[in-house]
Design a protein around this ligand. Structure first.
Ligand SMILES: Cc1cc2nc3c(=O)[nH]c(=O)nc-3n(C[C@H](O)[C@H](O)[C@H](O)COP(=O)(O)OP(=O)(O)OC[C@H]3O[C@@H](n4cnc5c(N)ncnc54)[C@H](O)[C@@H]3O)c2cc1C
Length: 600
């Protein structure tokens, strides 16, 4: 039974006031929600001087794709190219080729370039493209990894903290010229009906690493943010430095800066070309071009299994995840940055609409309908993550139910549903049959995300497991769960229109960890992939780490990120599914009018 952290000691550095004290400002002290001033870019309201208008800005802001392909209109770099490190040879061919211009490839290329290497990025569709996992509008940035097992959670926490600083540095260095602000510090409220292991472990590691956080009095939060319904909440942990980054724009901005500093971006689908003495010497592009290089970095996100199936097909999975952006009410800025922090309720994360783009109030995850059945053991569906499963399997003493409920970011997809037992994911709501109004639920424990159809991995058509061919359309059932959530937690948004949905593949690995390792067949080829639904925020840190590794530096953490030996369990057979369906049908229904377990 978790202890009540309000009775445990709190690090004086982080929490000078006793936990009982209100640590958020009182409602009366909060600034009144205000609309952005017309004609101004609110992102730049802190800038003393108006941003300069250079060609670079226009090109980067207006059409990164065009810029990135052609690059011919670029002004001269305003900084001298970084000094070349001895590693880099002179010559016509690029020294290093990075495949993939998502968060990981882009940042790796930028850092390599800053270290003096001659670098080319190749991307099949371009930076921030709609199929990439980095192509969504926004991504959460937080360091709360109390749900990850052992050392991993603490490492991720520290990486995320470093990444936060680097996002701020990037905005400081380039924001004015790019006329955009990528990282918005929102703070993150982690709210539970009672203290759970996720919160408690975050707290232990935050204390240990002197990371600022606050234990808040739920009444103060209620008063400060009356638009949020949290009557059942008794445990609130707050990470003040957490925030939200504009994802698609960040991928484009990083690539634009990379080009500005002399890097080259090429659009094309790469496949390995010639190899000589255990080394890859060139890539072939579908455009017919050949790109030679000394070293290659594959940062292909959910394409990893497809790119090197013999190595990664069984070590990676790419279930689909869905995000809803709800349009905020006209003239009501209470759901708009900076007027409300990011939030984390069991199984659901989200944040305010960011001004300028204003894609809407973001929700990932949802609540199941009251009439949906749940498994007899009360395991909530659609909330687990591979690491949660690993946690439970490792005998951490955390029950399945509490681990699942604690997961801040569950993988929400029917494709993941079958992995309930295989990789530890809570069974996510199955993906609904198209236009079918729901189809069947993935399994009894998996209705949380409001899905139907594709309840088991073997039911997911092959084209849906391929980021090149998958359909990204979100059906009604994928919107119903999030809508039930907003109706419960943000009732003023219960009828809010959907401004947009976004779907992309997760890139889960059988280890639940990132992969930064050599390709086992070619000693000049590196793999940087497996963000496990948490990779975007890490981009700047990944870029720093990967660039140094590629240039020959060693780090004691290297051994943590090797290609996992184990494979994912094979998906259940149809016979397994029939057995499970029979067990599920015997599961207890939620009493009429009652709330599903875990969603008190
Ligand atoms: C629904 C959802 C919500 C998420 N929420 C968060 C969050 O809140 N916070 C967070 O930190 N993370 C989150 N993540 C995870 C995060 O978005 C990913 O970890 C991250 O974006 C992965 O970046 P990447 O560069 O590894 O892959 P990608 O962004 O997918 O980039 C890979 C690139 O490789 C290119 N490519 C592939 N094959 C080839 C080839 N053969 N030749 C050329 N190019 C190729 C593709 O075109 C693509 O652009 C979420 C993920 C999902 C699905």
């Amino acid at each position: 039974m978790p202890t009540d952290p309000t009775k445990t000691s709190v690090s004086p550095e982080a929490n000078s006031a006793p936990p009982e004290s209100p640590l958020l400002p009182n409602a009366s002290e909060l600034p009144a929600p205000s609309p952005p001033v017309a004609g101004e870019n609110p992102d730049f309201s802190y800038n003393a001087a108006p941003p300069s208008r250079r060609d670079f800005l226009k090109v980067a802001g207006a059409s990164a794709g065009a810029l990135l392909v052609g690059g011919g209109n670029l002004p001269k770099p305003k900084v001298a190219p970084a000094p070349r490190v001895p590693f880099v040879r002179a010559g016509e061919s690029p020294d290093i080729v990075v495949v993939g211009a998502g968060a990981w490839g882009g940042w790796t290329a930028l850092n390599l370039r800053k270290l003096g290497a001659k670098v080319t990025i190749v991307d099949a569709y371009g930076p921030g493209n709609a199929r990439s996992t980095s192509g969504d509008e926004t991504r959460g940035v937080r360091s709360s990894y109390g749900d990850r097992p052992g050392e991993l959670g603490e490492v991720w926490m520290l990486w995320a903290r470093e990444a936060m600083k680097k996002w701020i540095q990037f905005d400081d260095e380039w924001g004015r010229e790019l006329r955009l602000n990528l990282f918005h510090v929102t703070g993150d409220l982690i709210m539970r009906s009672e203290w759970d292991n996720f919160q408690l472990r975050c707290k232990v590691w935050w204390d240990k690493n002197k990371i600022p956080y606050q234990v808040l009095n739920p009444d103060d939060v209620r008063k400060a943010f009356p638009v949020m319904s949290m009557d059942d909440i008794t445990a609130v942990l707050y990470e003040p430095d957490a925030g939200v980054v504009r994802a698609r724009r960040a991928a484009q901005a990083v690539s634009a800066v990379f080009e500005h500093l002399g890097g080259k971006v090429v659009i094309g689908r790469a496949s390995p070309g010639k190899t000589v003495n255990g080394r890859l010497t060139e890539l072939k592009l579908d455009t017919g071009a050949t790109i030679r290089g000394d070293t290659f970095v594959y940062a292909v996100g959910p394409w990893l299994g497809k790119t090197f199936p013999e190595i990664f097909a069984k070590k990676t999975r790419v279930p689909m995840g869905y995000v809803c952006y709800f349009a905020t009410p006209i003239g009501d800025y209470r759901f708009t940055y900076p007027n409300i922090p990011s939030y984390n309720f069991p199984g659901v994360t989200g944040w305010a609409a960011l001004p300028v783009d204003n894609r809407g109030f973001r929700v990932r995850g949802g609540e199941r309908a009251p009439d949906q059945v749940v498994a007899a053991d009360g395991r909530g569906g659609g909330r687990g993550t591979p690491a949660n499963g690993a946690n439970a399997a490792a005998g951490s003493g955390i029950s399945n139910a509490s681990v699942a409920a604690a997961a801040p970011q569950g993988a929400a997809s029917g494709a993941g549903a079958s992995a309930t037992n295989a990789d530890g994911r809570g069974g996510a709501g199955g993906r609904g049959g198209r236009g079918g109004g729901g189809g069947r639920n993935g399994n009894a424990a998996g209705g949380q995300r409001g899905g139907g159809g594709f309840g088991n991995l073997q039911d997911v058509p092959p084209q849906q497991q391929d980021p090149d061919t998958s359909d990204r359309w979100a059906n009604q059932s994928q919107i119903d769960g999030p809508r039930r959530f907003v109706a419960h937690r943000f009732p003023l948004l219960k009828d809010a229109p959907i401004a947009q949905t976004h779907s992309c593949h997760y890139e889960s690995t059988s280890s639940g960890n990132f992969i930064f390792d050599h390709h086992p067949g070619w000693n000049n080829v590196w793999i940087a992939a497996g963000g496990n639904a948490e990779g975007f925020k890490m981009g700047p840190k990944v870029g720093d780490y990967m660039s140094k590794r590629v240039l020959g530096y060693q780090d004691p953490q290297d051994k943590l990120f090797t290609i996992p030996e184990k494979d994912f369990e094979p998906p259940p057979t149809p016979a397994d599914s029939t057995k499970k369906a029979a067990a599920d049908s015997a599961a207890k229904p939620v009493p009429p009018g009652g709330k599903p377990p875990g969603l008190r």
